[in-house]
Design a protein around this ligand. Structure first.
Ligand SMILES: [Fe+2]
Ligand SMILES: [Fe+2]
Length: 263
């Protein structure tokens, strides 16, 4: 696969659709980049995809929900792969507020995004969306300090953001369908690229953070960079723990890049 692709929305939990895109990472593999629509009484969009797929993303969003009905756009952090279409969606969704926190709102300002649309929610607080509460949590690992995961108390879906991400060798619709060794390798590679600070943390404190995910007893783990994962929570926790031991990824330097480009 040499070009990014975006798939039509599909159900991954009750009232919950996934809009998945797959992006090539030259020399490494593929990374999924997921957004979700929760059709709660007050509809929620979680993440807005990448800018390079804007037309496809907005079409898929329109299949999952009328954007004009959206009340919340939950942005777990302000990285480019999560806010690529935020400005476009805000124009289509005049009733929607952007769920973030104080740091995230600050970054919205730096990016020229409308801070007056922000709605601040901290880990430990919950968002009432009419027929359920969405709990804001700190995930066990992240790549931006404002990162806030969420737990849907009704579907028991845990939206874990960049934690439990994996680099893949081919697209997949289910994390459980990926051979265990391949998934563990892909998680280790992703973590060494994106969250290599994990190697520096106190292991007992990290274990406590992993234990908090275990205690949630999620029915499905919905990551930004992992296909939906059901029934493999213990395996994912072990793989993320093991990933902390992998040395930080170092990409090609300029000379290596030029050699790759001319090959
Ligand atoms: Fe990120
Ligand atoms: Fe991400």
């Amino acid at each position: 696969m040499h070009a990014p692709v975006l798939h039509a929305p599909r159900a991954v939990a009750a009232d919950t659709s996934l809009i998945a895109s797959w992006l090539p990472l030259p020399g490494l593999g593929l990374i999924p980049c997921n957004s979700f629509v929760i059709r709660s009484a007050q509809p929620v969009l979680v993440d807005t995809g990448v800018a390079g797929l804007r037309g496809d993303f907005l079409a898929a969003l329109g299949e999952a929900v009328d954007p004009a009905d959206l009340r919340w756009i939950w942005i777990p952090h302000m990285d480019a792969d999560h806010i690529g279409n935020l400005a476009a969606v805000l124009e289509l969704a005049p009733k929607a507020r952007v769920v973030t926190n104080y740091l995230g709102m600050g970054k919205m300002g730096l990016l020229g995004l409308p801070q007056d649309r922000a709605y601040l929610l901290n880990p430990g607080q919950a968002l009432d969306v009419g027929d359920r509460k969405l709990r804001a949590l700190r995930p066990p690992s992240w790549d931006a300090p404002e990162t806030t995961a969420l737990f849907d108390e009704r579907t028991r879906a845990f939206f874990c953001v960049d934690a439990f991400g994996a680099i893949h060798q081919e697209p997949s619709e289910s994390a459980a369908a990926i051979p265990a060794g391949s998934l563990a390798e892909g998680m280790a590679l992703w973590t060494s690229v994106d969250q290599h600070w994990l190697g520096r943390v106190d292991r007992s404190k990290f274990d406590r953070a992993l234990g908090e995910v275990d205690a949630l007893r999620p029915d499905v783990i919905l990551g930004s960079h992992l296909p939906p994962a059901s029934g493999i929570t213990q395996r994912l926790l072990r793989s993320l723990r093991d990933s902390a031991d992998v040395p930080a990824f170092v990409g090609p330097d300029q000379a290596a890049l030029e050699a790759m480009m001319s090959a």
